[in-house]
Design a protein around this ligand. Structure first.
Ligand SMILES: [Zn+2]
Length: 113
């Protein structure tokens, strides 16, 4: 998957299907992402020095990367992405539906793993 933090993704399966949000963190080893507003759980917190008010705290829990797709603003839909070499030798990400470029994946002249 060619996802980066701050990407806008849409959830394609599960309870939050159709929700769209920004990627806050990516855990590549676990294959999970935390998306703003998605898979939010509420935690009851006792009053403490850190939380003088106590009450409920909401926190997004990670979701599997395979449950989200990058959102293409041109298609106005979640989409699968590919990567292709750009003119300057860098790699760019693109929408497989409309072929629109969706940002650089690696800078020019770096070795591929
Ligand atoms: Zn597109």
């Amino acid at each position: 998957m060619h996802l980066k933090t701050n990407d806008i993704v849409e959830v394609i399966t599960g309870d939050d299907r159709g929700l769209r949000g920004k990627i806050l963190t990516i855990d590549r080893e676990a294959g999970k992402v935390v998306v703003e507003g998605v898979n939010r759980v509420y935690k009851h917190v006792k009053r403490s020095q850190k939380n003088p008010q106590g009450g409920r705290l909401s926190k997004e829990m990670p979701v599997r990367i395979s449950n989200v797709l990058l959102f293409c603003s041109r298609c106005n839909k979640p989409t699968r992405t590919g990567s292709r070499p750009a003119a300057d030798g860098s790699k760019e990400r693109f929408c497989r539906k409309c072929e629109a470029g969706m940002g650089q994946l690696s800078p020019a002249k770096t070795k591929e793993k």
